[in-house]
Design a binder for this molecule. Structure first.
Ligand code: URA
Length: 165
């Protein structure tokens, strides 16, 4: 369950498909996805330049949040998915993806705003990782767009420094 360019070196990971994503079989095609496309465009990215997947490949019943048990069951799959893509930058969208993949109980408010090193047993080098607010959260709480803009600029800077090397 993914969208975008699988040879991209920029990988984004969300939580789980919603109703629209379930219908179309692609991540982030609903309202949150439209905002995500705008966020990507703000730093000159689009779906041909990134690769997108979710921690949970199925829509939880009634669109509820996935349970810890469900997250732990799906974690090896997304870890393996990241190992196969082996991106240069990992962008974790929202609380669920950030906590699950950074293996922490700190929330997104603490995790955003800095670089993390993501690792797993099949990777030869850790991956520079940024956790940012989920676009669905930003639709509900637009006041946090300013902080997200700062995070996106840091991501853009990192991408540019890699292109220049
Ligand atoms: N929210 C997510 O976290 N993932 C999707 O694919 C769609 C909405």
């Amino acid at each position: 369950f993914s969208d975008g360019n699988s040879s991209s070196k920029i990988m984004l990971i969300g939580e789980a498909p919603g109703a629209d994503e379930d219908k179309y079989g692609k991540p982030f095609v609903g309202r949150a996805g439209q905002l995500l496309d705008k966020m990507l465009a703000a730093i000159k990215l689009n779906r041909d330049k990134v690769y997108i997947s979710n921690v949970i490949p199925w829509r939880p019943p009634d669109n509820r949040q996935p349970t810890t048990e469900e997250i732990l069951q799906c974690l090896p799959l997304i870890q393996k998915h990241i190992e196969i893509v082996n991106p240069f930058i990992l962008i974790l969208l929202g609380n669920t993806a950030a906590k699950a993949l950074l293996i922490t109980n700190q929330g997104i408010m603490k995790l955003r705003g800095k670089w993390h090193q993501y690792n797993s047993i099949g990777l030869s080098n850790p991956i520079s990782t940024r956790a940012i607010f989920h676009p669905a959260f930003l639709l509900r709480s637009p006041d946090y767009k300013k902080q997200t803009w700062a995070d996106l600029l840091e991501i853009e800077k990192k991408i540019k420094s890699n292109e220049n090397n």
